[in-house]
Design a protein around this ligand. Structure first.
Ligand code: ADP
Ligand code: MG
Length: 245
């Protein structure tokens, strides 16, 4: 049974241009509740922009975004951002707040919990990522891997229905990457709905249910990992895989 109250996510026909630069050119992505989709592709292909559109940090020019089958484009964007947790390459922790306060802050601001309860809940979430004992230190005293765990705990504390990861391991020293990927795999295993932009092809193949290969703002191929990695259909994907594998 899932330990999360995950929802399904669907992007339909997403178009977005920055001026004359057509960055997303009709993207469709279906992520059933409790499954993980990974998004792979070269730098500049529109992966980060797609995540930003799907949690409405940027409004699409056309298309629709559905959470649990219902369009969210008319909802308050802040509401949507409470429902979708986001983890970035740069951990984006507040440097002057303690680790515990970093997690508790969002709980007070966004979920409106009273201070004591926010602190309790923050400690519970930190415990889940193995960092309860670091609650009172500043983020800068932690390793990159530990800081990313704090960022994940902070996102999970919001009880999101979906989690987005944008190259969450790209800024980490190589020896710290495995631990974060294992934590992400645990979340996937636990039934979280996830969209993971990653250069980690092992994670994409072994953990995700669906892989989308993007190039030039187009979803060139989307399918099960075995299909994408063992039987690529297009020259573009074949070339990408031979470059990264
Ligand atoms: P990826 O994450 O796959 O590397 P991005 O989504 O970051 O790609 O970028 C896709 C394209 O959109 C690039 O050409 C980039 O220069 C452009 N882009 C991204 N963000 C902005 C922005 N805020 N304003 C203008 N252009 C942008
Ligand atoms: Mg990016």
């Amino acid at each position: 049974m899932s330990q999360f109250s995950s929802g399904s996510l669907e992007a339909k026909g997403i178009h977005l241009a920055f001026g004359s630069n057509k960055v997303l050119r009709g993207i469709d992505l279906e992520v059933p509740a409790g499954t993980t989709a990974s998004v792979i592709g070269p730098s500049g292909s529109g992966k980060s922009t797609l995540l930003r559109v799907m949690n409405r940090l940027i409004e699409p020019d056309a298309g629709d975004i559905l959470l649990d089958g219902r369009s969210v484009l008319k909802d308050n964007p802040d509401e949507l951002r409470r429902r979708i947790g986001m983890v970035f390459q740069q951990f984006n922790l507040f440097p002057h707040k303690s680790v515990g306060e970093n997690v508790a802050f969002a709980l007070r601001k966004l979920r409106g919990l009273p201070k004591e309860q926010a602190r309790e809940e923050a400690l519970t979430q930190l415990d889940l990522v193995g960092l309860k004992h670091k609650a009172d230190v500043r983020p800068a005293t932690l390793s990159g891997g530990q800081q990313q765990r704090v960022a994940i705990a902070r996102a999970l504390a919001m009880k999101p229905e979906v989690m987005f990861f944008d190259e969450a391991t790209s800024a980490l020293d190589p020896e710290l990457v495995k631990g974060i990927l294992a934590l992400m795999a645990d979340l996937a295993e636990g039934g979280m709905t996830m969209v993971v932009v990653t250069h980690e092809m092992g994670f994409s193949r072994n953990v995700s249910d669906t892989v989308m290969f993007m190039d030039g703002g187009v979803a060139v191929e989307t399918g099960a990992p075995e299909r994408i990695f063992d039987d690529p259909q297009t020259d573009r994907l074949k070339r990408f895989l031979s470059d990264v594998l």
